[in-house]
Design a protein around this ligand. Sequence first.
Ligand code: NAI
Ligand code: MG
Length: 455
Amino acid sequence: MSELLTVLEPATEAVLEELPAAGAEEVDEAVERARAALPAWRALAPNARAAALRALAARVEDAIDELALIEARNAGKPLASARGEMGMVVDTFRYYAGMPERLMGETIPVAGGQAFTVREPLGVVGLIVPWNFPLTIAAWKLGPALAAGNTVVLKPAELTPLSALRFEQLALEAGLAPGVVNVVAGYGPVAGARLVEHPDVAKIAFTGSTAVGRTIAATAAQTIKRVTLELGGKSANIIFADADLEKAAAAAPWAVFDNAGQDCCARSRLLVQASVVDEFLSLLQPHVEAFKVGDPLDPEAMMGPLISARQRDRVASLTAAEGASVAFRGSAPEGPGFWFPPTVLAPVAADSPAVREEIFGPVVAVIPFSDEEDAVRIANDTIYGLSGSIWTRDGARALRVARALETGVLSINSNSSVRVSTPFGGFKQSGYGRELGPHATDAYTEIKTIYYATT
Ligand code: NAI
Ligand code: MG
């Protein structure tokens, strides 16, 4: 454990904490602890595992203020948002506490006996999560993984390990046996890579960049690991001329500036029907200019800083890319802190990197379209397919467009993407597998078929 992890507060650039970075050896030890804890955890009666998850939810709920403050400071998100996210963490564990008793199989008519299926846990599963919603995205994986009887090794992002480390303690305090939940705070290419290649890890659930997702899938192939991937996005917010334009304009900043745009569901392409594009932009501009960027602990702040200097530089360079010009933007504090103002790009060439690449910052590209068919064509003209929004008063059109979009989750006259009880995941290079909802446990179990001869 030679390397250090220096954890920063992005709003001030101050050092929050220095930790030893977990290396391959620490990952191997964590996998061993998870292996040792597996037999007892998977053998727990379903109602006992449900009770353990309810206790975990209760312990996290007691610690909401503490966790929200850690997340707000370390990830640079407004405290109210962090508190809402921690509420979702609690809800996620409560929801999946209902699953151990619902992991049902089937009985199948066959000749000479009876066949039936049961769900078995996979074993030790590795969870690799990003820095944008650190504990929330971890919970989406922890809930179904634990409910199904797996033990886990969680690797948080190197920029935001603090909430996961606190969560590891909370799990023990809630009464989960040591080794059921293990956290390794280390660098992706070292600790993350070791988890992916480890022969005793049965599955990797990953959220992060498409580039790293590709590497993980390739490495996992060596040990035939199960993999689920939740990757990047370049989603469209589609505004038809017949929409409630005022409502759509008030909502559009939240669709892409929320969490400083560091959201895989960010609607970073704003498709507006050409006949109303000028009107829509003039309705949008005051909302963008009023979008308050500030210290995450300031209750007025709607958006904090970006996560790192590297992320800010990446966002700045894509915003300044060829073919894109700034139409208008909000303001941001002066440094220190990794600030970037909410920015609207127009006009933008269809082949500009600002339109093709996931920016992962508070930047939206405005793209006019002529009619419904044109809107669908442009929206689908991307390697990604994660989320999207459709604004129109024509219900039949909303449903036609919703069915035509190559995207995993979308909303009509809304920006909402994620609910504990509904499946979430991507089409195309936004990944594969679905999290949340009633079927998430499928991705953490194997089906076993048992045939009982009666003749
Ligand atoms: P990243 O994909 O490198 O990081 C995500 C997680 O993967 C972190 O825990 C990291 O330690 C781990 N990781 C990195 N390399 C690894 C490897 N070789 N093996 C195993 N694990 C590894 O994302 P990064 O570099 O922080 O951000 C770059 C871009 O990725 C962003 O600008 C954004 O476009 C995209 N991104 C998308 C996210 C999403 O929610 N879909 C989340 C984070 C980033
Ligand atoms: Mg990376």
